[in-house]
Write a protein that binds this ligand. Structure first.
Ligand code: SAM
Length: 329
């Protein structure tokens, strides 16, 4: 079914990113505050309510759903939810974004539940740096999670995501690409976005993808590819390797004209643009079991989807006060 969700700029919405929790077992410095106030449990959508939201989006023609967070795998009975979402009529692809810490145990059950692919965040291959970025994360657990994911899905259905931070992990760029090439997985570099008040000036550690690409070209032959995975990444290939190297550049190369997605937070807030504070509250209609009401709210939010985001790193404060962990990455 073709999507019934078309915004006022002619873009079709075919992709939902559904956050199942705002909680996370990591505290990545650029994503979340060290001392977070997480939402009270009563304000979080139950798994059945998450399923209802997914069902209404699928009935409107959304054919790809990504389950995210926070860290989605800290949510109890997440595998149950994944299996139910996968069964929704019309769904072409169910994907997961995870920090990998629990994939050692959960990769195989998730594959069995029908999860089609997984993105895993990996910002460093050096245990101390990994700990510095995540504040609490254990690199070895995440590497074991990546291995388990490759064993479960195969390398072509696992992708790594890295946020390069100047002065923190930027010098690991070639090592991270080498790690991906050895395993045959894709890797994407995401430019740091000014979302949430992290207590430091983003501009100081921001590293643009043009610079990352130039650095990569000193070591590898990069061949631009026209391939797309339905997302904002521009891909390059390296001769002799299966892996694609992606560049997601919300600052340096605005991709809003191709935006096909909406986001629902774990509290049922529907955001039609990551870079905007405007949201539509689905929670009351979801709690009332009013599927028709949820549908109307979604249609209204699509109609009001902003044309583009505008991030300005020269501002001293965050551009959007919501942390990425709250919206769902
Ligand atoms: N916990 C999961 C994970 O670590 O992948 C899913 C949620 S996390 C918010 C999703 C993605 O958002 C991660 O790849 C993370 O690096 C990215 N992210 C978080 N804050 C960001 C920011 N301010 N700018 C760019 N990417 C960010």
């Amino acid at each position: 079914m073709s999507s019934q969700l078309q915004d006022s700029f002619g873009r079709k919405v075919t992709y939902l990113r559904l956050s199942v929790t705002d909680r996370c077992d990591f505290r990545c410095t650029y994503c979340i505050a060290e001392k977070m106030h997480f939402l009270p449990r009563a304000e979080i959508l139950s798994l059945e309510e998450c399923l209802m939201v997914a069902k209404v989006f699928a009935s409107l023609g959304v054919d790809k759903i990504r389950l995210t967070g926070g860290e989605p795998l800290v949510r109890r009975d997440f595998v149950w939810l994944a299996a139910r979402v996968r069964e929704l009529p019309g769904l072409r692809e169910l994907a997961l974004t995870s920090n990998g810490s629990r994939l050692g145990e959960l990769a195989a059950p998730l594959k069995d539940a029908g999860m089609d692919r997984v993105n895993i965040s990996l910002d460093s291959l050096v245990a101390d740096t990994f700990r510095r970025i995540t504040r609490v994360g254990d690199l070895h657990r995440v590497l074991a999670g990546i291995d388990a994911a490759i064993a479960a899905w195969g390398s072509r259905r696992v992708k790594l995501n890295t946020v390069l931070l100047r002065g923190v992990n930027h010098h690991e760029l070639l090592d991270l690409v080498g790690f991906a090439l050895e395993r045959g997985v894709d890797i994407s570099f995401i430019e740091q976005m000014p979302l949430g008040e992290t207590g430091y000036r983003r501009a100081a550690s921001y590293l643009g993808n043009d610079e990352a690409m130039a650095q990569l070209k000193t070591a590898f032959e990069l061949i631009p590819s026209t391939e797309t995975t339905g997302g904002p990444a521009r891909y390059c290939r390296i001769p002799g390797h299966e892996s694609r190297i992606g560049f997601i550049s919300p600052h340096s190369r605005n991709f809003c004209s191709d935006c096909n997605r909406m986001r629902v937070t774990a509290r049922g807030e529907l955001f039609s643009c990551l870079g905007s504070e405007t949201m539509v509250d689905l929670l009351p209609a979801v709690r009332a079991g009013d599927e028709a009401g949820v549908r109307e709210l979604i249609l209204g939010a699509v109609a009001a989807k902003p044309q583009a985001h505008h991030f300005d790193l020269s501002l001293p404060r965050a551009n959007v006060m919501r942390f990425m962990s709250r919206t769902g990455g």
